[in-house]
Every structure is written in C-alpha cells, then in structure tokens.
Design a protein around this ligand. Structure first.
Ligand code: GRF
Length: 187
C-alpha cells in the first residue's frame, strides 16, 4: 500500500474526495494531512476520517522545519490540494517528481502569483474565456511551472459569475484528481 501525504489550507473538499477514494481502494492510503491553518475546514475533515493532522506554521515552512515531519510518514507521493503558502524547496529536493499540485485553470494560462481561488475564476470571466479547466502538475521551485501531468477542459461560455465557473471547475477536480493520483502511483 502506497502512502499519500496531503497539504491543504482551505475547506478541503479535494482532500475529502481523495481520502474517501483511497478508503475503498488498496493502491494507497492517506497517512497524513498537513495544514498551515489549525482552523481550516480541511483539518476537521481529516479528523472526521481519523487521518492524522499536522499543523505547521509559516516560519517552520520557511525555515526547513517541515521536512523531518514529512519524512516521518515516508510518503510515496505528496499532494498539494489548495495549499496556499510557498512549498518548502528542501521538501521538493528530497522528493523529486513526488510532489504534485492541482491548479483550477489551464496552465500556463491563469497561473502564477495571485492566481488562486476566486481570483482565477474572476479573471476567466473578465476575459470572456469560453473555456477553462484543471491542471495537475509537478511542483518545482516556481509557482505553477512544473511539468503538466493532466489537464481537463470545461466550457464556461454560459457562466455569468465566478462562482458558477468555480462550481464547474470543482466538479472536474473532484472527478479526476483521485484517479490521476492513483495512476501516478501505479506507473
Ligand atoms: C482547488 O480549486 C484547487 O484547484 C486549488 O485550491 C482549491 C482547493 O479547494 N489549488 P478545496 O479546499 O479542496 O475545496
């Protein structure tokens, strides 16, 4: 059984989908959820499934204090699912090609600094894009620039609010993210 460590800062809807998917599956299990926010929704969700939670501070992340905590779980893959702080470069170096992220747009468009959450969907709407989607990619030292593993598109030409776009994108995330993780672990 492969081991997954997840990092998240937000509500954790993707984390919940991933935990549930691998509860019914012998390929992998979620062994820990790391969060920089003790009161984030994701922390409660992890508790609901009895998945160990590790809360880490921004200074620990910036000063190399998190690698040893990750190592304790011996992960086969580290998954960022809505993790909003800069991911430590020493962890990227220690786990080459084993850190992945999901981004709610079709990279390289709508990536980079400031492009997270509703900012992305608002920009899609403002620019009258007819489609958007999701990108699952390796994490390197630069935001949203690692090699792309998987993308899926969705038509949003009928959407009149960023929330509507967000809902369509979230549906794609929930459908594909666990399966892409499973495939990566099997390859
Ligand atoms: C997702 O849209 C993901 O693409 C982005 O952060 C969001 C996390 O949402 N990186 P949730 O906390 O899983 O609901």
């Amino acid at each position: 059984m492969k081991k997954l460590v997840l990092f998240a800062s937000g509500s954790g809807s993707n984390v919940e989908k991933i935990i549930r998917y691998f509860l019914e599956n012998t390929v992998a299990e979620v062994v820990a959820v790391f969060s920089n926010k003790a009161d984030a929704g994701v922390v409660q969700k992890a508790h609901d499934y009895q998945v160990p939670v590790v809360v880490v501070s921004k200074s620990e992340l910036d000063n190399g204090g998190v690698l040893s905590k990750v190592n304790e779980f011996s992960p086969d893959l580290i998954v960022l699912a809505g993790f909003l702080l800069k991911f430590p470069s020493d962890i990227i170096a220690a786990y080459p090609d084993k850190v992945i992220n999901i981004h709610p747009a079709l990279l390289p468009k709508y990536g980079g600094k400031g492009m997270y959450g509703m900012n992305v969907h608002r920009a899609i709407l403002d620019n009258k894009e007819s489609e958007t989607g999701i990108s699952i990619h390796y994490v390197n030292e630069h935001y949203d620039e690692g090699a792309i593993i998987f993308q899926e598109r969705v038509n949003v030409s009928d959407c009149i609010s960023p929330e509507e776009i967000a809902a369509k994108v979230q549906q794609l995330e929930h459908e594909h993210f666990p399966k892409v993780i499973e495939k990566l672990l099997q390859s």
